[in-house]
Write a protein that binds this ligand. Structure first.
Ligand code: B1M
Length: 210
């Protein structure tokens, strides 16, 4: 029987092969999927703090991220309600220069669960790719952009600025998020919405299209 502490420990240790088993054991012990997910998110914060203190380095961050992804895979069917596409299309990507995708993937998972059909552009997405994805999918209701580094906040600003210049801007909502982003920053760069986490992103997406 695994505890939440076991889940945190296995993610922090970056044991990607063992993580699914520990997550499954935690579920079998009756722990709630949302609590297990939040534990993994908190574990990534611990990893980040250790990185900031130079106690660990990029490879350790990378293996922790892989472990978390494997754990999320186990939870995915339990966290999403399988809603498909009824709310319309959303384009999502992490902005140019930024390789972080765990947060974006969680947002996608929750937004799909809310009934959106998500086009995932991946990480390090150039401005032109956000624009061409809209051209390929002109029925898109929302474009979502993640930025997880303070150094990629300018790329987020430039991406939103480019979207704001498009003739189709009035037909689409722009949503932004990521650890360094604030409501104030989102307002300043001309985004329509900002949310702090994946659950509120799904809620906000529903509000934006209603
Ligand atoms: Co990086 N990294 N990293 N990293 N990394 C951080 C972000 C950092 C805070 C660590 C630290 O120093 N404490 C720091 C940034 C500091 C800063 O910005 N000033 C940092 C750094 C410095 C770097 C490198 C520069 C390190 C280096 O090379 N020297 C490098 C940059 C690479 C690049 O992108 N160009 C780098 C690399 C990496 C790895 C590749 C090793 C790996 C990423 C692997 C991957 O994602 N596949 C990694 C990791 C794992 C982290 C930490 C440890 C964890 C990130 C994470 O997944 N968090 C992170 C430390 C930390 O976060 N405390 C760190 C969990 C995730 C669920 O949270 O991403 O915030 P988050 O997403 C949330 C919300 O932000 C929100 O909802 C999500 C779910 O609740 N959200 C949205 C996100 N997008 C949204 C969009 C929305 C709405 C909400 O609407 C559209």
């Amino acid at each position: 029987m695994a505890t939440l502490q076991d889940v945190a420990d296995i993610v922090i240790a970056g044991k990607a092969k063992k993580t699914p088993g520990v997550v499954q054991e935690a579920l079998d012990a009756g722990l709630a999927p949302k609590d297990i997910l939040n534990t993994m998110i908190d574990a990534m914060s611990v990893v980040g703090e250790r990185f900031s203190r130079n106690e660990i380095f990029v490879p350790e961050m990378l293996v922790a991220a892989k472990a978390m992804k494997k754990g999320v895979d186990v939870l995915k069917p339990l966290l999403s309600d399988g809603g498909v596409g009824s709310m319309g299309k959303m384009i999502m990507g992490t902005v140019a220069g930024d390789l972080h995708d765990i947060g974006k993937n969680l947002v996608i998972m929750m937004i799909e669960s809310a009934g959106f059909d998500v086009i995932d552009l991946g990480v390090d997405v150039p401005i032109e790719r956000f624009l061409s994805a809209y051209d390929e999918n002109p029925d898109t209701k929302i474009i979502g952009c993640s930025a997880l580094l303070t150094t990629t906040m300018p790329a987020l600003e430039q991406t939103v600025a480019a979207i704001n210049q498009q003739p189709w801007r009035g037909k689409v909502k722009v949503m932004v998020g990521g650890a360094p982003i604030t409501q104030e920053f989102a307002d300043r760069i001309g985004a329509d919405a900002y949310t702090e986490d994946a659950a509120s992103a799904a809620q906000k997406a529903k509000e934006l299209v209603s």
